[in-house]
Design a protein around this ligand. Structure first.
Ligand SMILES: Cc1ncc(COP(=O)(O)O)c(C=O)c1O
Length: 396
């Protein structure tokens, strides 16, 4: 099929919920993507912080292909060797004792929210309040969109689940004021992604930790976007040392294959009794094979260090650009390869201009260009993007 036909057929049948770019992608290799007409693009989005090892990484392709020929799905009513291997490596890279596997970020957060509710309500029927931050993004199920501190995701969906409160992100005083003994959990992204790439201070995350300890509440860090080496550490909270009680992950964990997970401590291992939580597909053999291959490869490559080094270079180049275009670029933010560049006006034309020139970037929160490339992106590819951005910004 040609691009036009693919677009027409998709727009005819798919629910119109996405604002899609007018290209049809066919395949990828490393940091390159190719559309059905054969045009090459350099990928600075990685499926929104998903393909950490790039496209068609041989270890992931081989693991999925071999597992597909053996067993795609069974049920969590049975044990599989590949699941045993995958959860061991997830426990090792995260430093948490217990793992639950699901299929997406929203599901991971949904499970974590259930766990903190169970924990709180078991202590007191009033202890059900969950605090999250303004500009956060936690998913699109009813509980996770309610936890998401952005009004436009709530519109038209009332009544929303009760017991959610929002505080301005990064504001220690506001967090302190919102806390009391009826809070069962705080849910925060250690770096906000979709909300515009906002990095809090270490003190803020440490304060959240201390407040949870003080009020016997649980701290959940949503590392769905910031985790799995993206920030220059395996998980972004590590910069602060504020170890959460529960951490959620998804996106990059399966190397592009759909998977989500939350991890927690041995202390909280029995908050859920058998039957309290579960998933038909969560932890299926195919996703576990993808995750095992992905995570062991990342570990062997010390990919968190690679992301830290490349990210430092990338950020410096963006800051140079800001010096050249002070009236168009307000700020450069982020850590590792989770970078944002805030513009003085809407960024959609820049995304379009880059796409026309073979560069895939993204804009979030209307004015923030977001760069979340595969973690194997090269300096040469970053330099090429800078040349394109310069050209596009001159016209902007
Ligand atoms: C921080 C964060 N949490 C949760 C989600 C939801 O993940 P999913 O789309 O896999 O449900 C996202 C997705 O962008 C995210 O960035």
């Amino acid at each position: 099929m040609k691009t036009k036909e693919i677009i027409e057929q998709t727009d005819k049948y798919y629910l119109p919920v996405f604002g899609r770019n007018q290209i049809a992608l066919d395949h990828g290799k490393g940091c390159k993507l190719y559309d059905v007409e054969g045009k090459e693009y350099t990928d600075f989005l990685a499926g929104i912080a998903v393909n950490g090892l790039g496209h068609a990484h041989p270890a992931i392709v081989q693991a999925i292909s071999e597992q597909a020929g053996k067993l795609i799905h069974c049920s969590n009513l049975y044990y599989t060797e590949i699941q045993a291997k995958a959860i061991k490596v997830i426990s090792e890279v995260s430093g948490f004792e217990r793992v639950f596997l699901c299929n997406s970020g929203a599901e991971a957060n949904e499970g974590a929210l259930k766990l903190v509710r169970k924990y709180g309500v078991a202590k007191s029927t009033e202890k059900f309040k969950i605090i999250s931050a303004v500009h956060s993004f936690h998913g699109r199920t009813m509980a996770t969109l309610t936890a998401t501190g952005q009004n436009h995701y709530h519109e038209g969906l009332n009544p929303l689940p009760v017991g959610y409160e929002y505080v301005p992100y990064g504001d220690i005083v506001a967090l302190e004021e919102a806390m009391d003994e009826n809070v069962c959990g705080i849910l925060l992204e250690p770096i906000q992604g979709e909300g515009g790439v906002h990095v809090p201070t270490n003190e803020y995350l440490l304060k959240a930790r201390a407040l949870c300890d003080k009020y016997d509440a649980l701290l959940i860090f949503d590392e769905i976007q910031s985790g799995i080496c993206r920030s220059g550490k395996w998980f972004a909270w590590e910069y602060s040392g504020a170890r959460p009680d529960i951490m959620t992950m998804a996106k990059a964990i399966g190397g592009g294959f759909p998977m989500g997970a939350f991890v927690t401590t041995e202390r909280l291992a029995h908050v859920f009794a058998p039957g309290d939580h579960g998933s038909t597909f969560g932890g299926n053999p195919l996703s576990c094979a993808a995750a095992y291959a992905s995570l062991t490869t990342m570990k062997a490559m010390n990919l968190e260090q690679v992301a830290a080094e490349t990210g430092t270079y990338f950020k410096m180049q963006l800051e140079e650009l800001q010096k050249q275009f002070p009236n168009k670029i307000m700020e450069v933010r982020g850590k590792g390869l989770l970078l944002g560049m805030e513009l003085t006006k809407a960024g959609a034309p820049i995304v379009k201009g880059c796409l026309e020139r073979g560069m895939i970037i993204n804009c979030t929160a209307d004015t923030v260009l977001r760069f979340v490339p595969p973690l194997i992106i090269s300096k040469k590819e970053i330099d090429a993007l800078m040349n394109v951005l310069k050209e596009v910004l001159e016209e902007f």
